[in-house]
Ligand binder design. Structure first.
Ligand SMILES: [Ca+2]
Length: 173
């Protein structure tokens, strides 16, 4: 019997975790507004970062010190109250179930969009809300492709890298 494992396939430069792919924009010259970050993710076939579980939050938290190191003080997440003022919703239109709000957040500016961010100096990655017009780093997220990872025969190394071309096209759309 062959042992088979699901292998999340992500485009080059994206990080994979639990079936999804993540693109971290960590260049201080590319900081941008929430709206522009949303558009850039959309153009990659992705959405601004959603965080749906404690495990996913821990995964994201692992990148925060590196972002802080390269002088990206805050990152956008795909949370806003653009649909209904005062009601915060993820970019995939799903309500917020898992929560990691900072104390006293979310803040609501009446009659204006407010947008979610994470301060990269916070090891817990607590969520805050702020003006959507600030210039921050951001993270894009999309579902990864899945391939069955071939099982290596004893003494052989099997590479799946060349079999993934169809999954990589999304980067070049
Ligand atoms: Ca608001």
């Amino acid at each position: 019997m062959c042992k088979r494992a699901l292998n999340t396939i992500c485009p080059p430069g994206w990080n994979s975790f639990s079936g999804n792919c993540y693109w971290f924009v960590s260049n201080p010259n590319l900081l941008t507004t929430w709206y522009e970050a949303q558009r850039k993710c959309f153009n990659l076939g992705a959405l601004l970062l959603t965080i749906k579980s404690e495990q996913e939050q821990f995964y994201i938290n692992g990148f925060l010190p590196d972002l802080q190191q390269v002088e990206v003080p805050d990152i956008w997440i795909g949370l806003s109250d653009k649909e209904t003022d005062g009601t915060f919703q993820w970019e995939d239109k799903k309500p917020v179930t898992f929560q990691n709000w900072a104390p006293s957040h979310p803040h609501n500016t009446a009659n204006m969009w407010d947008c979610g961010q994470i301060y990269t100096g916070d090891v817990e990655g607590k969520w805050e809300t702020t003006s959507c017009f600030r210039n921050l780093g951001y993270v894009c997220k999309m579902a990864g492709g899945h391939n069955i990872r071939p099982t290596s025969a004893p003494g052989r190394v099997v590479s799946v890298d060349n079999e993934n071309d169809s999954n990589n096209k999304v980067l070049y759309r």
